[in-house]
Design a protein around this ligand. Structure first.
Ligand code: HEC
Length: 173
């Protein structure tokens, strides 16, 4: 003979477990960001720039560690790095890390993410780019192309950029 009162207690306990389990499950789903909740973070409520978001000009009077990247009034900068084997090899490594995903390993504009972009990345072996001066390519890397290509000066130091330029020069051949 099971006491009916005992049955009611068990039923209530079971119900309580189900409710608590449900709440716990929802909590876990949020904790592990299966459902992402945008919690308000006061650190974010301020004017801030995310990496590569905006290309700001070099602050006036600042002295870069590796020599001036470029002088705003000076026109297209001249390439100070000799295109020797060392520079081109370094350039190739940096190109494969920073550029190939969009421009493709061979520079044809067919990198792995190219199809997902609004505009096809430039073909670096085509006349539009081979006709550019070294300094023009340097400035594209430095400042990006607004809305199309990110400025990569945070990723590549001044000397690195010239190495990449020297390597890009070899792609057309
Ligand atoms: C996120 C993708 C992306 C990455 C990464 C990227 N580019 Fe680009 N790049 C583009 C796109 C898109 C264009 C085409 C812009 C247009 O159509 O005017 C472009 C254009 C160019 C141009 C031509 C600019 C002109 O004036 O015609 C050059 C040169 C270039 N990129 C070099 C590079 C180099 C070197 C790197 C690596 C250091 C690089 N890009 C990394 C997307 C990218």
């Amino acid at each position: 003979m099971i006491d009916t009162q005992f049955v009611t207690v068990v039923k209530r306990l079971a119900l309580l477990l189900i409710v608590l389990g449900g709440v716990g499950a929802v909590g876990l789903v949020i904790t592990y960001e299966v459902i992402g909740v945008e919690w308000l973070s006061t650190m974010e409520v301020q004017e801030s720039l995310r990496p590569m978001e905006l290309s700001l000009p070099v602050p006036q009077g600042s002295v870069p560690l590796q020599g001036a990247a470029y002088v705003a009034e000076g026109g297209t900068p001249l390439n100070p790095v000799e295109a020797d084997q060392v520079s081109r090899q370094r350039g190739q490594q940096l190109y494969e890390i920073n550029c190939a995903l969009c421009h493709g390993a061979g520079g044809q504009g067919d990198g792995s993410v190219a199809a997902k972009l609004r505009r096809k990345p430039a073909n670096l072996t085509g006349p539009n780019v081979t006709g550019l001066q070294d300094g023009d390519i340097f400035m594209v890397i430095t400042q990006g192309v607004p809305g199309l290509m990110p400025a990569l000066r945070e990723n590549l130091a001044v000397g690195d950029r010239w190495d990449v330029v020297n390597y890009v020069r070899t792609l057309a051949k």
